[in-house]
Write a protein of this length. Structure first.
Length: 196
Protein backbone atom coordinates (compact mmCIF):
# COMPACT_ATOMS: atom_id res chain seq x y z
CA UNK A 1 0.00 0.00 0.00
CA UNK A 2 1.34 3.43 -0.90
CA UNK A 3 2.14 5.90 1.82
CA UNK A 4 -0.40 8.64 2.31
CA UNK A 5 0.69 12.06 1.18
CA UNK A 6 2.35 13.87 4.07
CA UNK A 7 2.86 10.74 6.17
CA UNK A 8 6.64 10.94 6.22
CA UNK A 9 8.78 10.90 9.33
CA UNK A 10 9.08 14.66 9.82
CA UNK A 11 5.28 14.97 9.93
CA UNK A 12 4.04 11.63 11.25
CA UNK A 13 6.87 11.16 13.79
CA UNK A 14 5.90 14.27 15.76
CA UNK A 15 2.22 13.31 15.45
CA UNK A 16 3.00 9.92 17.00
CA UNK A 17 4.82 11.58 19.93
CA UNK A 18 2.01 14.11 20.41
CA UNK A 19 -0.65 11.39 20.37
CA UNK A 20 1.33 9.31 22.86
CA UNK A 21 1.83 12.35 25.11
CA UNK A 22 -1.89 13.15 25.04
CA UNK A 23 -3.01 9.56 25.67
CA UNK A 24 -0.41 8.80 28.37
CA UNK A 25 -1.40 11.97 30.25
CA UNK A 26 -5.14 11.26 29.97
CA UNK A 27 -5.25 7.52 30.59
CA UNK A 28 -1.85 6.52 31.97
CA UNK A 29 0.94 4.71 30.18
CA UNK A 30 -0.17 1.22 31.22
CA UNK A 31 -3.70 1.71 29.89
CA UNK A 32 -2.68 2.93 26.44
CA UNK A 33 -1.97 0.52 23.58
CA UNK A 34 0.01 1.08 20.42
CA UNK A 35 -3.25 0.50 18.56
CA UNK A 36 -4.82 3.48 20.38
CA UNK A 37 -1.85 5.68 19.52
CA UNK A 38 -2.10 4.62 15.86
CA UNK A 39 -5.83 5.39 15.81
CA UNK A 40 -5.18 8.84 17.28
CA UNK A 41 -2.61 9.55 14.55
CA UNK A 42 -4.72 7.99 11.82
CA UNK A 43 -2.32 5.26 10.72
CA UNK A 44 -2.29 1.47 10.90
CA UNK A 45 -0.82 0.08 14.12
CA UNK A 46 2.03 -1.57 12.22
CA UNK A 47 3.03 1.79 10.75
CA UNK A 48 3.97 3.10 14.20
CA UNK A 49 7.05 0.93 14.17
CA UNK A 50 8.45 3.11 11.37
CA UNK A 51 8.65 5.89 13.97
CA UNK A 52 9.38 4.15 17.27
CA UNK A 53 10.63 0.70 18.27
CA UNK A 54 7.97 0.29 20.97
CA UNK A 55 5.77 2.00 23.55
CA UNK A 56 8.55 2.07 26.15
CA UNK A 57 10.76 4.03 23.74
CA UNK A 58 7.95 6.54 23.24
CA UNK A 59 7.62 7.06 26.99
CA UNK A 60 11.36 7.46 27.43
CA UNK A 61 11.64 9.84 24.47
CA UNK A 62 8.87 12.04 25.85
CA UNK A 63 10.50 12.26 29.27
CA UNK A 64 13.98 12.79 27.90
CA UNK A 65 12.76 15.51 25.54
CA UNK A 66 10.96 17.35 28.34
CA UNK A 67 13.92 17.26 30.71
CA UNK A 68 16.42 18.16 28.01
CA UNK A 69 14.36 21.21 27.05
CA UNK A 70 13.97 22.16 30.72
CA UNK A 71 17.72 21.97 31.39
CA UNK A 72 18.64 23.79 28.18
CA UNK A 73 16.14 26.57 28.80
CA UNK A 74 17.29 27.06 32.40
CA UNK A 75 21.00 27.00 31.58
CA UNK A 76 20.43 29.43 28.71
CA UNK A 77 18.90 32.05 30.99
CA UNK A 78 20.55 31.53 34.38
CA UNK A 79 23.27 33.89 35.62
CA UNK A 80 25.56 31.89 37.93
CA UNK A 81 27.34 35.09 38.98
CA UNK A 82 24.15 36.72 40.34
CA UNK A 83 23.57 36.83 44.10
CA UNK A 84 21.78 33.73 45.46
CA UNK A 85 18.43 35.51 46.12
CA UNK A 86 18.31 36.68 42.48
CA UNK A 87 19.26 33.21 41.29
CA UNK A 88 16.50 31.67 43.41
CA UNK A 89 13.96 34.14 42.04
CA UNK A 90 15.04 33.23 38.52
CA UNK A 91 14.69 29.51 39.26
CA UNK A 92 11.16 29.98 40.62
CA UNK A 93 10.03 32.13 37.69
CA UNK A 94 11.67 29.81 35.17
CA UNK A 95 10.20 26.64 36.65
CA UNK A 96 6.66 27.99 36.79
CA UNK A 97 6.85 29.68 33.38
CA UNK A 98 8.38 26.68 31.65
CA UNK A 99 5.88 24.18 33.03
CA UNK A 100 2.69 26.23 32.87
CA UNK A 101 1.83 25.31 29.28
CA UNK A 102 3.18 21.78 29.56
CA UNK A 103 0.75 20.08 31.94
CA UNK A 104 0.82 16.80 29.98
CA UNK A 105 4.61 16.71 29.94
CA UNK A 106 4.76 17.46 33.66
CA UNK A 107 2.27 14.71 34.48
CA UNK A 108 4.20 12.16 32.43
CA UNK A 109 7.61 13.25 33.75
CA UNK A 110 6.54 12.83 37.36
CA UNK A 111 3.81 10.19 37.36
CA UNK A 112 5.08 7.69 34.81
CA UNK A 113 8.59 7.13 36.17
CA UNK A 114 7.35 3.85 37.62
CA UNK A 115 6.75 2.53 34.11
CA UNK A 116 10.27 3.09 32.82
CA UNK A 117 12.51 0.08 32.38
CA UNK A 118 15.59 0.20 34.65
CA UNK A 119 18.03 1.55 32.04
CA UNK A 120 15.63 4.25 30.90
CA UNK A 121 14.76 5.09 34.51
CA UNK A 122 18.43 5.61 35.34
CA UNK A 123 18.90 7.99 32.41
CA UNK A 124 15.79 10.03 33.20
CA UNK A 125 16.60 10.08 36.91
CA UNK A 126 20.08 11.43 36.13
CA UNK A 127 18.56 14.29 34.14
CA UNK A 128 16.07 15.06 36.92
CA UNK A 129 18.90 15.03 39.44
CA UNK A 130 20.92 17.41 37.26
CA UNK A 131 18.04 19.89 37.32
CA UNK A 132 17.50 19.46 41.07
CA UNK A 133 21.24 20.00 41.59
CA UNK A 134 20.93 23.45 40.02
CA UNK A 135 18.46 24.50 42.70
CA UNK A 136 20.44 22.81 45.45
CA UNK A 137 23.55 24.75 44.35
CA UNK A 138 21.60 28.02 44.57
CA UNK A 139 20.38 27.17 48.06
CA UNK A 140 23.85 26.13 49.17
CA UNK A 141 25.33 29.37 47.84
CA UNK A 142 22.66 31.32 49.73
CA UNK A 143 23.45 29.49 52.95
CA UNK A 144 27.10 30.35 52.38
CA UNK A 145 26.35 34.07 51.97
CA UNK A 146 23.95 34.10 54.91
CA UNK A 147 20.95 34.89 52.71
CA UNK A 148 19.26 31.53 53.31
CA UNK A 149 18.82 29.26 56.28
CA UNK A 150 18.18 25.66 55.29
CA UNK A 151 18.20 22.71 57.68
CA UNK A 152 18.57 20.08 54.95
CA UNK A 153 19.54 21.15 51.44
CA UNK A 154 18.25 18.05 49.69
CA UNK A 155 14.88 17.98 51.42
CA UNK A 156 14.39 21.70 50.84
CA UNK A 157 15.31 21.31 47.18
CA UNK A 158 12.76 18.55 46.70
CA UNK A 159 10.08 20.46 48.65
CA UNK A 160 10.55 23.63 46.58
CA UNK A 161 10.40 21.73 43.29
CA UNK A 162 7.28 19.84 44.40
CA UNK A 163 5.64 23.13 45.41
CA UNK A 164 6.46 24.80 42.09
CA UNK A 165 5.50 21.82 39.95
CA UNK A 166 2.14 21.55 41.67
CA UNK A 167 0.96 24.78 40.01
CA UNK A 168 0.21 22.86 36.82
CA UNK A 169 -2.33 20.71 38.67
CA UNK A 170 -4.70 23.56 39.45
CA UNK A 171 -3.84 26.77 37.59
CA UNK A 172 -5.98 27.66 34.58
CA UNK A 173 -5.67 30.74 32.38
CA UNK A 174 -8.55 33.13 32.78
CA UNK A 175 -8.89 32.43 36.49
CA UNK A 176 -8.89 34.90 39.35
CA UNK A 177 -5.12 35.49 39.18
CA UNK A 178 -2.88 35.83 36.16
CA UNK A 179 0.46 34.06 35.80
CA UNK A 180 2.51 37.05 36.98
CA UNK A 181 0.46 37.22 40.20
CA UNK A 182 0.84 33.48 40.75
CA UNK A 183 4.61 33.79 40.28
CA UNK A 184 4.77 36.57 42.89
CA UNK A 185 2.84 34.51 45.42
CA UNK A 186 5.10 31.51 44.84
CA UNK A 187 8.22 33.68 44.99
CA UNK A 188 7.14 34.93 48.42
CA UNK A 189 6.38 31.39 49.62
CA UNK A 190 9.79 30.12 48.52
CA UNK A 191 11.66 33.17 49.87
CA UNK A 192 10.01 32.75 53.26
CA UNK A 193 10.72 29.02 53.29
CA UNK A 194 14.48 29.56 52.94
CA UNK A 195 14.92 32.99 54.56
CA UNK A 196 17.77 33.43 57.00
Amino acid sequence: MARKRGSHSDITGPKVREAARHLFARHGYAAVSMRQIAAEVGVQAGALYNYTPDKQSLLFDLMEEHLSELLTAFDGTADPSAPPPARLDHFVRHHIGFHMDRADQVFIAYMELRNLEPGNFARVEAMRRAYEDRLEAILQAGVGTGDFSVTDLRVTTMAVIALLTGVTNWYRKGGRLDLAEIEEIYLNLVRKAVAA
